[in-house]
Design a protein around this ligand. Sequence first.
Ligand code: GLY
Length: 361
Amino acid sequence: MFYAEVKVNYNTGEYPVRMYSDFHGLKKELEAIPQVSRFIIISERSISQIYNKYIESELKGLPVPIDQIFIKGSEKNKHISRMKKVFNELIELGADRKSVIIALGGGVVGDYAGFIAATYQRGIRFIQIPTTLLSCVDSSVGGKVAVNVDKGKNMVGAFHQPELVYIPMFALSTLPEKQWSCGLAEMLKHSLLSGGSMWQDFKTHERKEIKVDSDILRKMIIDSIKFKASVVAQDEKESGLRAILNLGHTTAHAIESLTNYKKYSHGEAVSIGLITALILSNKIGFSFDKVDTVIRIMEKYNLPINDNSKPADILKHMQHDKKKEGNNLKFVLLEDIGKSKFGITINPKEILSALKEQRKI
Ligand code: GLY
């Protein structure tokens, strides 16, 4: 069943994000893409094992070949050194400039397959089929694709927009709790930035109501995508406004690297990072007065608000941030719900004091 569509506009075009109940609809969507020589699904073996039977039965009869390339999942494997093998496989399969890559999976697969699509033969088309909540509401939308190098996460990448984002909602039924938290935290971030009904939804609803086949989950996902699409439409390449989407990410990246990407999902680290940003919004930037309200919401949704690392260690890891200016760091802060400011310079002493305050919660 088809549920909803959001159009994403960017500098030189637009594409739809279409939400369906399952894979019935994919064949029609793929048939509508013009001049395709072949489709190549890039996915993790474990993900493909879950969905292959649905995809195969849906896509049989398409007039072009469909091949698969497997990559290893996890952030550790989203590494530039693993790209060579995939490029060679694409050449062996006979992939040409009319071939279309299908990224089937979560954020790691989307980033990796998207960057392969951005660079193979100087860029070919690709489609995102996100299978996690985080990738539905965030990473599959907006065209940021990247891989890691030894010295940093997402340090090599591109802005390469997909032709289509196809959301099969039933994929979320296999998600573990941690992955739900991961997506919900990024959705909460969008709601803090946008305010309005998204914020009201987070205040009104409970985590147990967020079920795969519920109207409220579909609404919250669509609203989250609409919000992200509106930001991307104004600033595709992050020359300004798109930076607001980094709310909470300075602490999040530091905590992820401090805990070796093992303890938290990305979204859970963002959840902790949101609290740092909100304390700073209250103490330094503005007089943001809803820190406690947000903490109550996070508790209600089972999202982490704190990590037990030493504040000084978190600060040390923050110093690797791309947005560093001398020893100072650039933060996104909130004046109020729905009113954000990016590029606010904060010195290490103020950050340390916010992290110490956060430890006391
Ligand atoms: N996830 C942040 C962005 O797409 O800009």
